[in-house]
Design a protein around this ligand. Structure first.
Ligand code: MSP
Length: 510
């Protein structure tokens, strides 16, 4: 049976246009999804938009339009951005989708019937920006850590999810599954948070105050509040409870998020699933923030970079490459256009782009544009072959661990070996000496086959460039772009016609 892989991104609020931060999570998920497709797995990739809540309603009102028109408009901006970035989700879910509304109501009813949702009066500190109550100890200098303004004291009756019932189970689950939350520092953060007793989670808002939400099935005077609505999208997206995709993909669910939503995803969500009698997701992968001058990139700070602008300036593959190469997954990174430009010139234009054109040009010049018949491949090219063969399992392991930057680093080390092999073996000298014809064929065959394998290893990150490289090598990408082909050295068929291609990555101005 084929392995399976289910990957999700956060569903993004439609109160802001897509920016680089959203793009990062979504590109990571797309790359991992493509990686698993390359392995031959059966995959499902879900992204989407979070469209209910006060904030959305307020924004729509300010613009003088009804909320549905407003959410449609922003939702299409997200879809357009993902298309520009070559992101291929299997479903783009919206919390306003009818099947999602039905699923949320079903889940609420089940948990309510079980006795894990209760009605009670609550007085607390409410941040209208976050649409949530804060405890004193969560505030920073008495202010909301996200909005920097003091929350308002509010007293009202609401429905609460008795999350604390599942606290011990959750601590135990996290301890028994070291890779449940990765990287490790986020796992530790959650465990240390769980040392304190959990409060009950408020899941409703009175419909007198908030109308743009999903009515509670057991009390229509209330609508459900943001997290209970949003998290359930991960179930709706694959057809909970009876759809065939649900039984297929839920057991292999993996989420990508940034650290801002660690607590909802690592505390609320697993306890909700437990209350529902479902297994928790398999892994959650938490990344840091893209920052601009040491501040988080966000609409409220007005310092956003639009993914479309980067694609326009650098092209889609280079943008995807820089996004994942310039940030170590799990840590914060400073965005600078300059470092993207330097990265493109160094890694893409120089290292990879030059390697491709040098090899293709030499094969044209010295071998009539055809893949040569290799000999015993026992000259200086032997080390390159060994390095490529060693690289492939390391690359796979790094990709599986969501360490895409590390996977790419490994590939680039071997790309540089290939460049050095050209300089050291000097095919232009070999070509002048008829006695060296065998050596010339061996060096160029090895370089061509290394290129073939590089094209597979870059494919999840730079799908268009990978296809171009395969086509240049006379391979049909439909047949050649798969992990099996990367695991075997020497699949290039002698005599195959190669084609010269224009520079894959033009240099950019620094
Ligand atoms: N709607 C909720 C998520 C519900 S998921 C069930 C939400 N939306 S959001 O629009 O604020 O998106 C937050 C997510 O966007 C982060 O977790 C991260 O994936 C991405 N990012 C937003 N800003 C970011 C940075 N500056 N840097 C990196 N990622 C960022 O929270």
């Amino acid at each position: 049976m084929r392995d399976r892989f289910y990957i999700t991104t956060p569903i993004y609020y439609v109160n802001a246009e897509p920016h680089l931060g959203h793009a990062y999570s979504t590109v990571i998920a797309d790359i991992e999804n493509r990686f698993h497709r390359l392995l031959g797995d059966e995959t499902f990739f879900l992204t989407g938009t979070d469209e209910h809540g006060d904030k959305i309603l307020q924004t729509a009102k300010r613009q003088g339009i009804d909320p549905k028109t407003y959410v449609d408009r922003i939702n299409s901006l997200f879809r357009d951005a993902w298309a520009l970035l070559d992101i291929e989700p299997d479903r783009s879910i919206r919390t306003t989708d009818p099947d999602h509304i039905a699923t949320v109501q079903r889940v609420l009813q089940e948990i309510y019937d079980k006795g894990d949702i209760v009605f009670k009066e609550y007085e607390g500190l409410y941040c209208f920006g976050c649409e949530r109550f804060y405890t004193e100890r969560e505030l920073v200098d008495g202010k909301c850590p996200d909005h920097g303004i003091p929350p308002v004291r509010l007293k009202e009756k609401n429905y609460f999810f008795l999350m604390s019932r599942y606290q011990d189970w959750l601590v135990d689950h996290i301890k028994r599954h070291p890779s449940f939350i990765t990287p490790e520092h986020y796992r530790n953060e959650v465990l240390s948070f769980l040392k304190e007793p959990l409060d009950d989670l408020c899941i409703s808002r009175p419909s007198t105050r908030l109308t743009w939400g999903i009515p509670l099935p057991f009390d229509h005077r209330f609508v459900t509040y943001v997290w209970f609505d949003a998290l359930i999208n991960y179930l709706t997206g694959i057809g909970f409870p009876d759809g065939p995709n649900f039984s297929k993909f839920w057991p292999v669910a993996e989420h990508v998020i940034a650290k801002d939503i660690l607590k909802p995803h690592c505390v609320y969500w697993p306890t909700m699933l437990r209350a529902l009698g479902l297994e928790p997701y398999r892994h959650i992968h938490v990344h840091g923030y893209w920052q601009i001058q040491a501040q988080k990139m966000s609409k409220s700070l007005g310092n956003v970079i639009r993914p479309g602008d980067l694609v326009e300036a650098f092209g889609v593959d280079a943008t995807r490459y820089c996004l994942v190469r310039e940030m170590t997954f799990g840590l914060d990174a400073r965005f600078s256009e300059e470092s993207f430009r330097l990265r493109i010139n160094a890694d893409l234009a120089n290292d990879l782009g030059n390697l491709v054109s040098r090899i293709l040009t030499m094969v044209y010049k010295y071998l009539g544009g055809k893949v040569p018949v290799p000999g015993d491949l026992d000259g200086p090219e032997r080390d390159l072959r060994k390095a490529v063969v060693r690289l492939v399992p390391h690359w796979r392991e790094a990709m599986e661990a969501f360490e895409i930057h590390r996977a790419l680093q490994g590939v680039w080390e071997v790309i540089n070996m290939a460049n050095k092999l050209i300089d050291a073996s000097a095919p232009w000298v070999l070509a002048r000496d008829p006695n060296k014809a065998g050596q010339l064929r061996d060096v160029l065959y090895s370089l061509l086959d290394a290129l073939r394998i590089f094209s597979i290893l870059i494919a999840p990150v730079m799908p268009t460039s990978a296809r171009k490289m395969q086509e240049a090598l006379g391979i049909d990408p439909e047949k050649g772009l798969n992990f099996e082909a990367a695991r075997h050295w020497g699949l290039l068929v002698p005599g195959t016609k190669i084609s010269k291609i224009p520079p894959m990555f033009p240099r950019v101005k620094v």
